[in-house]
Write a protein that binds this ligand. Structure first.
Ligand SMILES: Nc1ncnc2c1ncn2[C@@H]1O[C@H](COP(=O)(O)OP(=O)(O)OP(=O)(O)O)[C@@H](O)[C@H]1O
Ligand SMILES: O=P(O)(O)OC[C@H]1O[C@H](OP(=O)(O)OP(=O)(O)O)[C@H](O)[C@@H]1O
Ligand SMILES: [Mg+2]
Length: 325
């Protein structure tokens, strides 16, 4: 038997539920072989795939190592734990959940410190006054080093923090922090504020491929099938299907609809009896319906799409290009 194609899926934390429903929406049903507590699983109907249930940070580490082919994890973890990430992994697609920013936050009491440049001023003075360098608590060590260097801030020391990072300034173990935030509630509760230019990374959950996995012919074919499901779902959710029939429909009208509403005609122009099928972005449906009726349509119906299978698979094309590099 050939070695399995491994897909890593978050087993806990904030990304877990959304990741499972992302696969389900794409028609990929994950099942845990040995029940809820099992950490290996399969995808029904796609042969030779093994699902590895891991934490989001383990998934980033496994992608770096090439021990999984595809994984769902946060961009923050990818950028922090994989040096030269863009060469080692491909972020195939942002998944629209797990949004969070990695930020530099200082005590609100530091009223004169609003920017990284202000922080640089504080850092220099701090060392003279306190006999030690300004301390930054974080688990994002590499991201912090890169960002601070980019802003010319050098006079600081990192204090590694695995959890409850926001508490470090009040506890006296650091002067400021770098951490991930969504609502900002935890920062506010700890009397911290984000610097105006202190957003280091806008992260979301991503579908990520590892360059160093075993990309045999069989593995590529499995990736193609999985990404075909995902692309079909992504394409379907960008549009609604609009159907109508009217005599006066012509190419000029279709190109006006395309320009004004972003409409595409996946099956070509109207049939001989004037039947027309269009795909329209959800936000433009009413405007398109009005436009079609103004030009002679009697009735316009709209339905949701589950999948749109195209000959082109942009996600797999991106993966192939990356693996060729
Ligand atoms: N408000 C948030 N705080 C932290 N992470 C968030 C937030 N919103 C989204 N995320 C994303 O979720 C990822 C996993 O965070 P979470 O703390 O849920 O995982 P975890 O199961 O605790 O993983 P680990 O054990 O590896 O820390 C983060 O790296 C980030 O990409
Ligand atoms: O901006 P907010 O919406 O308040 O969210 C930010 C908080 O959430 C995360 O912690 P998490 O809940 O993942 O706990 P952990 O530190 O144990 O991983 C993060 O480390 C912050 O503490
Ligand atoms: Mg966590």
């Amino acid at each position: 038997m050939s070695t399995p194609f491994v897909v890593a899926v978050p087993s806990k934390g904030r990304l877990q539920e959304n990741a499972e429903s992302f696969f389900a929406r794409a028609g990929l049903t994950l099942s845990k072989a040995g029940g809820a507590r099992d950490y290996r699983g399969t995808i029904s109907g796609v042969d030779n795939v093994e699902i590895a249930y891991l934490s989001a940070s383990e998934i980033a580490a496994n992608l770096a190592r090439g021990s999984v082919h595809l994984g769902v994890t946060g961009e923050d973890l990818v950028r922090e734990s994989i040096p030269d990430a863009d060469k080692r992994v491909l972020m195939i697609e942002g998944l629209g959940f797990g949004f969070a920013n990695v930020v530099v936050a200082v005590p609100q009491a530091w009223i004169d410190v609003r920017t990284m440049a202000d922080l640089d001023d504080v850092a220099s003075g701090f060392r003279e006054q306190h006999n030690h360098r300004m301390r930054v608590a974080t688990k994002y060590i590499n991201l912090t080093r890169g960002f601070f260097a980019k802003h010319g801030v050098g006079d600081y020391r990192i204090v590694e923090s695995a959890g409850a990072t926001e508490g470090a300034p009040a506890a006296g173990t650091a002067e400021l922090i770098v951490d991930i935030t969504t609502t900002g509630a935890t920062l506010a509760a700890n009397g911290l504020k984000v610097l105006d230019d202190g957003v280091m990374l806008r992260s979301q959950a991503n579908l990520v491929a590892s360059k160093d996995a075993d990309w045999s012919k069989g593995a590529r074919e499995t990736a193609r099938v999985i990404l075909d499901h995902i692309a079909a779902r992504a394409r379907a959710s960008k549009y609604r299907e609009v159907r109508t029939r009217f005599a006066g429909c012509n190419d000029a009208l279709l190109s006006e609809a395309h320009n004004r509403f972003g409409v595409v005609a996946p099956f070509g122009g109207p049939t001989s009896s004037g039947m027309l099928t269009l795909h329209c972005p959800p936000g433009k449906l009413y405007a398109l319906g009005s436009f079609l009726r103004e030009h002679g349509a009697e009735t316009v119906s709209v339905v949701s799409l589950d999948y749109v299978f195209d000959r082109e698979n942009p996600l797999f094309a991106r993966l192939e290009a990356f693996l060729r590099q």
